[in-house]
Design a protein around this ligand. Structure first.
Ligand SMILES: NC(=O)c1ccc[n+]([C@@H]2O[C@H](COP(=O)([O-])OP(=O)(O)OC[C@H]3O[C@@H](n4cnc5c(N)ncnc54)[C@H](OP(=O)(O)O)[C@@H]3O)[C@@H](O)[C@H]2O)c1
Length: 238
């Protein structure tokens, strides 16, 4: 296993269910954390809990290129490049087509796909200059398999999966590794606004999902785990 100690790790969407648990595990392992989230209060609370300096925390709405770019410039003044970038942002709008609005569709694409594109535009070049890095995204099983009501969500997550796989093709002469994680239902606040009857007690726990990310961060760099699948035992969709 590779040590995480002193690695420069950026968690985008650090205040979410999976992002926060991942931050806790990586901090325990000695990572030098950079945290971003949209909600300043939640970000400050997490930073205080984990003793992350306020100059390593950034309020970022990933829908805004300027937010991502300002955070990236500040981070790159401190470190030449991020060693590990974990994109844990996401919005889940699950509705049948008759209820799905254009605004729902655009919001899904803006957060889940365009936000990831902005992250790549701002963090990839320094990684390429250093010829090393690990980028983890969370397309989820709905980035690979369909579900009724998931037209907008799946459009964004299939897009994310395809974008990252295409970027991977450009990076084969570098040591930059890209991992897409395909999680099934995971018990986080993600589900709070989704109008579906789900069995949360059967879901993957956020801590378990975070452990899979923590595990990926420690993989030796001679190979790459390009995909990881973690699903509830009773609902294995892929
Ligand atoms: N939970 C699941 O069942 C599941 C399954 C498969 C894949 N995933 C994926 O895993 C990732 C993490 O999900 P989660 O379960 O941890 O969800 P979550 O608890 O709802 O957290 C989502 C995170 O995304 C952030 N976010 C939302 N919109 C944003 C924006 N415009 N700009 C910046 N940050 C924004 C939220 O920040 P604020 O609180 O500040 O808005 C929060 O930190 C997502 O990509 C999700 O699609 C989740």
């Amino acid at each position: 296993m590779e040590s995480i100690r002193d690695k420069n790790v950026l968690i985008v969407g650090a205040t979410g269910g999976i992002g926060a648990e991942t931050a806790r595990l990586l901090k325990q392992s000695g990572a030098n954390l950079f945290l971003t989230a949209r909600n300043e209060e939640k970000l400050n609370n997490l930073a205080t809990e984990l003793n992350v300096s306020s100059d390593q925390c950034f309020v970022v709405d990933v829908r805004k290129f300027e937010d991502v770019s300002i955070a990236a410039s500040s981070i790159h003044q401190k470190v030449s490049s991020i060693d590990i970038l974990i994109n844990a942002t996401g919005v889940g709008i699950i509705k049948p087509m008759e209820a799905l609005t254009e605004a729902d569709f655009m919001e899904s694409l803006q957060v889940n796909l365009v936000g990831a594109f902005y992250l790549m535009k701002c963090f990839l070049e320094p990684m390429k200059a250093k010829k090393t890095g690990l980028i983890i995204n969370l397309p989820g099983v709905l980035g690979k398999t369909p579900m009724a009501g998931a037209a907008a969500y799946s459009a964004s997550k299939y897009g994310l999966n395809g974008m990252m796989k295409s970027i991977r093709e450009e990076l084969k002469r570098t040591d930059i590794r890209i991992t897409n994680i395909f999680l099934g239902g995971t018990d986080t606040p993600f589900w709070d606004t989704i109008d579906l009857r789900v069995q949360k007690d059967k879901f993957v726990r956020a801590e378990e999902a975070a452990k899979s990310i923590w595990f990926l961060c420690q993989q030796p760099s001679s190979g790459v785990v390009s995909e990881m699948v973690l699903q509830p035992f009773n609902h294995q969709a892929i």
